[in-house]
Design a protein around this ligand. Structure first.
Ligand SMILES: CC/C=C\C/C=C\C/C=C\C=C\CC(=O)SCCNC(=O)CCNC(=O)[C@H](O)C(C)(C)COP(=O)(O)OP(=O)(O)OC[C@H]1O[C@@H](n2cnc3c(N)ncnc32)[C@H](O)[C@@H]1OP(=O)(O)O
Length: 281
């Protein structure tokens, strides 16, 4: 098993360092003592999820799985935004092929992160709307800093979150709260998110959040990893399999939906109303 010897650990750390030099959008470090990896999203300025960032997250998750990572902390280099969700400028008047790849890579990220064999924590150190909330939801535990927002606001933008994301929300906060939250596209302040169970703990600083995250990961120190991961797969597997079965069909309907003029009009209005950067006419 990886990390059993100092040599393995050193190999993995070097490997990750080498890997991280190739990935400017996701910085990965490994705590040599605990074996926990920290993946820091660093696409300026708000970690909006475009194809390049999604691809790098997907590769990172693949490498962590391959190297039998002992635990992952997912966080952001920004002290204001964890991730602003999908890059709305790339969804506007898009190239259909690129959108197809983008959605398919987003699905891969969900499958790899929601289904990872190793334990995962999101340190939500900034706002996390839509796809940002998706990343946090696909982890097993969420520690969030005060005075930010988190939630699935897709309904406000003019569409429904896909089924697998609805499942993730339901599994976290329960059906009743998920229905209220999703139909209104609610963005919750940190304290509200704590009350409904969308986040597990609140921290006052990133350092405190990392400590809480490590404490969560350390809970599994004495649990046989295969027993832990089998149990996680039993709990999450059906939702993942449902997406795997429907993956291509969902990509097709997503591309049709996003390229439709009605969606493009409502996206244009949303950008003009909500984002500082405007569309070039
Ligand atoms: C079968 C399947 C069928 C259908 C499924 C259909 C559809 C599913 C499709 C998509 C799913 C999408 C999920 C998403 O993720 S959509 C993205 C939703 N995101 C948002 O609503 C967030 C919008 N942004 C904000 O609310 C705020 O910017 C903020 C709270 C994140 C941060 O606020 P700040 O005040 O700190 O910062 P700002 O000045 O507002 O922004 C800074 C900078 O960043 C730009 N920006 C912000 N968000 C985005 C974004 N999402 N994409 C691209 N760019 C973004 C913003 O314009 C500013 O740019 P400048 O610095 O001015 O250049």
């Amino acid at each position: 098993m990886a990390f059993r010897t100092a040599r393995n650990l050193a190999y993995f750390s070097n490997y990750i360092r080498n890997y991280s030099t190739n990935g400017p959008l996701v910085n990965v470090t490994v705590n040599e003592k605990s074996g926990f990896a920290t993946a820091t999203l660093q696409r300026p300025s708000v970690n909006s999820l475009n194809l390049e960032l999604l691809t790098e997250i997907s590769h990172t998750l693949q490498q962590l799985e391959k190297n039998k990572c002992r635990g992952l902390i997912l966080t952001s280099a920004s002290n204001k935004v964890f991730s602003a969700g999908l890059d709305l400028f790339e969804l506007h008047k898009p190239n259909a092929d690129k959108i197809k790849q983008m959605w398919s890579t987003l699905q891969e990220v969900w499958i790899k992160l929601y289904g990872s064999s190793y334990p995962t924590v999101a340190v939500v150190n900034g706002h996390a709307p839509a796809g940002g909330c998706m990343l946090a939801l696909s982890c097993e535990y969420r520690v969030m800093l005060n005075n930010f927002i988190i939630g699935l606001n897709e309904a406000q933008i003019g569409f429904s979150a896909p089924m697998w994301l609805i499942d993730g929300m339901r599994n976290t906060i329960g059906s009743r709260q998920a229905e209220f939250a999703l139909t209104a596209g609610t963005l919750f302040k940190t304290e509200e998110a704590l009350k409904i169970g969308l986040v597990d703990e609140v921290a006052q600083s990133k350092e405190e959040a990392i400590e809480k995250a490590e404490k969560f990961l350390n809970k599994f120190a004495k649990i046989p990893p295969h027993a832990r991961s089998m149990t996680k797969a039993a709990l999450r597997g059906a939702n993942i399999q449902a997406l795997v079965r429907n993956k291509d069909e969902e990509v097709r309907s997503y591309v049709d939906f996003v390229t439709d003029s009605q969606f493009q009009d409502s996206l244009g209005e949303f950008i003009e109303l909500n984002l500082k950067q405007k569309l070039s006419k």
